[in-house]
Design a protein around this ligand. Structure first.
Ligand SMILES: [Zn+2]
Length: 340
């Protein structure tokens, strides 16, 4: 381990409780304000503080803006409003060294600025694309099974998906609003607010292209959910189901929607969506199954979802299935089990 790695390892081993006490952020019930977005609440209806601590006490994550990190990352945001980077790493080290928590950098006195707690952002209404333009663009989408596109057909085939996957197909060409300049992103799903209002749209390319997905440019994308028909009914308080399946990303949401048993609500979101789950009006006794890959990223999403869903709603992990639609019946039992 190099000398440079050594101080960082020492700094990372200081528990968040000690770091937050020194940095001057108030901790209540293992939560605090966010040093990145400055928010002091998780959502409009959820007054809990947005930043939660990792179970091992050495890390944190904001349920509002999804930024996360370890102790040095928190200090970097608190001091400089930026993640740890070349610009501030010496200052972060000096901050830790001043507390005797790591070795100081030899022969380089560094001035550590005072922590400035960000004022919370003004509670502005979120901005979404103009509703008339959004509806017009969605109106140009045809059901996927009516689309004639080689790339789309290959995409569905490669995944073993039926051609009635619950998305629209937006062929290239034709009218476009100023906020949508993404040819080649044809697989379109609407995005909904926590109370089931149409707010935006999200699109996936069927080609090997980066990024894989796009949001309308210039508008807010966080806090919005994807939903199948029953999922939308749940958001609008019109569903009788107590079971809900939550998926990460547009592809998993479509896969789940195409395979879920009839009447089973499926909700999905991209990174930054989960704060919306705090504002959903969950039915009494709701049980949530979180479909995810069993990797580090999947676990982090599961933690973020668990933190956003109010207490009283049961949340269970459910290993993402890899089944063909023909096995949907068997799979339906599995979903119901996971959500029970
Ligand atoms: Zn935040």
């Amino acid at each position: 381990m190099s000398e440079a790695d050594n101080w960082l390892a020492e700094a990372k081993s200081v528990v968040m409780d000690d770091v937050l006490a020194e940095v001057g952020y108030e901790v209540r019930r293992r939560t605090t304000d966010c040093p990145s977005c400055g928010e002091q609440r998780r959502g409009r209806a959820d007054r809990r503080r947005p930043v939660g601590m990792r179970r091992d006490g050495l890390g944190w994550q904001c349920m509002r803006c999804s930024v996360k990190g370890d102790g040095p990352a928190f200090v970097a945001y608190a001091l400089t409003q930026k993640p740890v980077c070349r610009e501030n790493i010496a200052e972060v080290r000096a901050w830790y060294a001043a507390r005797g928590w790591c070795e100081p950098e030899v022969g380089r006195p560094v001035v550590v600025r005072a922590v400035v707690q960000r004022p919370p952002p003004v509670d502005q209404d979120p901005t979404y694309p103009p509703p008339d333009e959004l509806r017009r663009l969605l109106g140009l989408c045809v059901p996927v099974k009516e689309a004639r596109d080689e790339g789309l057909a290959a995409f569905l085939r490669a995944r073993g998906w039926p051609d009635d996957v619950g998305a629209g197909w937006l062929a290239d060409g034709g009218w476009r609003p100023s906020w949508w300049r993404w040819p080649g992103y044809g697989l379109v799903v609407p995005a909904w607010t926590a109370d089931g209002r149409l707010a935006s749209m999200h699109a996936r390319t069927v080609y090997a292209r980066s990024p894989k997905t796009r949001w309308p440019s210039g508008y807010q994308a966080g806090g919005l959910l994807f939903a199948n028909i029953e999922g939308r009914a749940l958001l609008r308080w019109e569903s009788r189901s107590k079971h809900v399946l939550i998926c990460e990303g547009v592809t998993d949401t479509l896969r789940a929607s195409s395979q879920a048993p009839p009447g089973f609500p499926v909700l999905g979101g991209a990174s930054g969506a989960w704060s919306a789950l705090a504002d959903v009006r969950w039915p009494a006794g709701a049980k949530v199954a979180v479909a995810m890959d069993l990797d580090g990223t999947g676990r982090r999403y599961q933690d973020a979802i668990r933190a956003a869903v109010p207490g009283g709603v049961e949340v269970r992990p459910w290993a993402m299935w890899r089944r063909t639609p023909a096995e949907a019946a068997e799979h339906a039992d599995e979903v119901a089990c996971a959500a029970k």
